[in-house]
Design a binder for this molecule. Structure first.
Ligand code: FES
Length: 163
């Protein structure tokens, strides 16, 4: 395992209604957490396709967080349950491909969980530091400018119901 020279790059795929609101709250509360997380907003984690996660790893992120509403609280009923099944499937694929599945994790948050969001990012950052840089990481991904970090993003997919 190679020690990391820079902070691990984390992509957080957050649903609009809960996890993204929690991330926003963490910012509004000025909570301290690693700044090397990029937050992408989805209408629902049910819209997070496995290939989005795999592409993120191919492009050199060290870890991916999928964060949706609490179980039973998804605004599209079962999107977060579908997301959890997909995350488990992607972890299996990662294992087969020789990429540590611990680099990917699914969490459930309420919109009031700002402190929990900060905690999750901190935990994932510490976990990734122990694992070392992703074997797929490129210098370009590691050297992304700070201005690209933790800025609210336009949803990568159009608003609408989860499948
Ligand atoms: Fe939040 Fe579905 S709306 S996970």
């Amino acid at each position: 395992m190679t020690p990391m020279k820079t902070d691990p790059v984390i992509l957080a795929l957050c649903c609009h209604y809960c996890a993204y609101a929690a991330a926003d709250l963490a910012g509004a509360m000025r909570l301290q957490y690693p700044s090397n997380v990029r937050v992408l907003r989805f209408p629902c984690t049910g819209k997070v396709e496995p290939n989005y996660i795999l592409t993120a790893f191919e492009q050199g992120v060290d870890g991916v967080i999928v964060a949706g509403c609490l179980e039973g609280g998804c605004h599209f009923l079962e999107g977060n349950l579908r997301a959890r099944r997909r995350v488990e499937r992607v972890k299996e694929l990662m294992q087969e491909a020789g990429l540590e599945p611990e680099r990917l994790e699914m969490y459930n948050l309420s919109s009031a969980d700002g402190p929990r969001f900060a905690e999750i990012v901190t935990e994932m950052s510490q976990r990734l530091k122990k694992l070392g840089p992703s074997p797929l990481r490129t210098d370009a991904a590691a050297a992304a400018p700070a201005s690209e970090k933790t800025t609210p993003q336009t949803p990568p997919v159009s608003a609408g119901g989860a499948e």
